[in-house]
Design a protein around this ligand. Structure first.
Ligand SMILES: Cc1cc2nc3c(=O)[nH]c(=O)nc-3n(C[C@H](O)[C@H](O)[C@H](O)COP(=O)(O)OP(=O)(O)OC[C@H]3O[C@@H](n4cnc5c(N)ncnc54)[C@H](O)[C@@H]3O)c2cc1C
Length: 383
């Protein structure tokens, strides 16, 4: 059961206030310290942000997809690093268990995800395997009462602070989806080394790093769903949902950038008048607004389809592609409207420009979304 409309609108108001009054004013601090302040994390836990996509039975609020994307439209207005700390619990870190976990795995981990007591990370990417996710080399070999994991995972969000990883590893020596299984691996097990946090272009405060597994033994109850071979298909289902969530964050950030562009354009004067009076500046504002409204419609429509349990692989890839690409264009136009000021670190748009670049890369690059969209469209045509 999703939240009833009244409770949801109260929750949404709380999030709006939290974003405007608590998150946006602390963005520079996050940039300077490369970390999210402890009191902000505590408040996020208190509000219930870590548990929005977890069933109520396990302590979450189980928002519908439509409610979740409406929330991302608001949350996306603050620096994306804030969202990232709860983002893996909401999305790729917890949804493997929600979708395919055994009852024991759900009972053991989901309440801790929902409360924010532990952070979950999703570990698929490797040094030699990014877009070609099926080519992973990490192995999990049966050994007595469990498995031994060996391999390296790369760029894993929240790995330096996570309590548990959903690790995709090969249980069969062949390149096929059924050769990949998922293991729920607690981060303090012997044989795990966490690399030093990556030095990134943007989204400072959202930490990523390598995870190295060197003969790491996990008991057989760590195998997701108690079955080998479901890791890859679960990962793809998790990403279908994650892409919609990310699309909503892209729209929130686009709205924030348009807002920054409007603030600047209505206060900066050249040739004796506000630059917002110039039609070439107005064109940039108009295009941004139209792109945002189109993106919102696409996301809401897809979220409603998912709530009706329809397959949204095609639509969520369209949303991820469109929303991350328009965000790129809107960040660019926002900097342009700011002129030289947009290039200076004292204005938030310089930081947001760097932050926004990631959305066209992770959870499937724009090119991978294009391949999925084309594959599904041609398949539907032939059917
Ligand atoms: C900050 C950050 C956080 C991340 N968090 C996580 C995480 O939590 N968990 C996780 O598992 N991964 C995570 N990733 C990894 C991310 O999902 C990958 O970086 C992404 O999927 C791309 O893989 P790659 O970097 O290996 O690039 P590559 O796959 O090497 O791609 C390089 C370029 O080639 C293009 N390309 C590749 N194949 C094709 C093709 N068939 N046709 C056309 N073009 C193609 C790509 O689009 C891209 O432009 C994160 C990455 C970053 C940067």
């Amino acid at each position: 059961m999703a939240l009833d409309e009244n409770s949801f609108s109260i929750f949404l108001e709380t999030i709006k206030k939290f974003v405007n009054q608590k998150l946006i004013p602390r963005e520079s601090e996050v940039e300077e310290t490369n970390s999210i302040p402890i009191d902000i994390i505590s408040e996020m836990k208190h509000i219930g942000l870590f548990g929005i996509s977890i069933p109520t039975k396990y302590g979450g609020s189980n928002l519908s997809m439509e409610q979740e994307v409406k929330l991302t439209f608001e949350l996306g207005k603050a620096s994306p690093a804030f969202r990232s700390i709860a983002g893996t619990n909401i999305g790729i870190g917890s949804q493997t268990i929600v979708m395919s976990g055994t009852d024991e795995q759900k009972t053991k981990y989901l309440p801790k995800f929902a409360s924010g007591e532990i952070i979950g990370s999703f570990a698929l990417t490797e040094p030699d395997s990014g877009s070609d996710a099926m080519s992973i080399k990490t192995t999990a070999k049966k050994n007595g009462e469990g498995y031994i994991i060996n391999g390296t995972k790369r760029y894993i969000t929240n790995a330096p602070i996570a309590g548990i990883f959903s690790v995709m590893a090969k249980t069969k020596d062949e390149k096929s989806s059924s050769s990949i299984s998922c293991f729920l691996v607690e981060s303090d097990l012997p044989g795990i080394t966490i690399g030093k946090p990556d030095s990134k272009m943007g989204q400072r405060g959202a930490l990523t790093s390598d995870i190295i597994f060197d003969n790491c033994f996990v008991r057989k109850d760590a195998l997701l769903g108690g079955r080998e071979g479901i890791g890859f298909t679960t990962a793809m289902k998790v990403l279908d949902k994650g892409r919609l969530h990310i699309s909503g964050i892209c729209v929130g950030l686009s709205e924030r950038l348009l807002d920054e562009a409007l603030k600047f354009a209505t206060s900066r004067k050249q040739f004796g008048e506000e630059i917002s009076n110039f039609q070439l500046v107005q064109a940039m504002i108009a295009d941004s607004k139209a792109e945002i409204l189109a993106a919102k419609g696409l996301i809401i429509n897809t979220a409603k389809m998912r709530d009706k349990e329809k397959n949204v692989t095609l639509e969520s890839s369209c949303a991820k592609l469109f929303c991350s690409e328009i965000l790129g264009k809107i960040t660019n136009k926002t900097i342009q409207i700011h002129g030289g000021a947009g290039y200076m670190t004292e204005y938030p748009v310089e930081r947001l420009y760097r932050d926004a670049r990631l959305f066209r890369i992770y959870e499937g690059t724009s090119q991978i979304q294009q391949l999925i969209i084309a594959r599904e469209t041609i398949k539907n045509f032939k059917a």
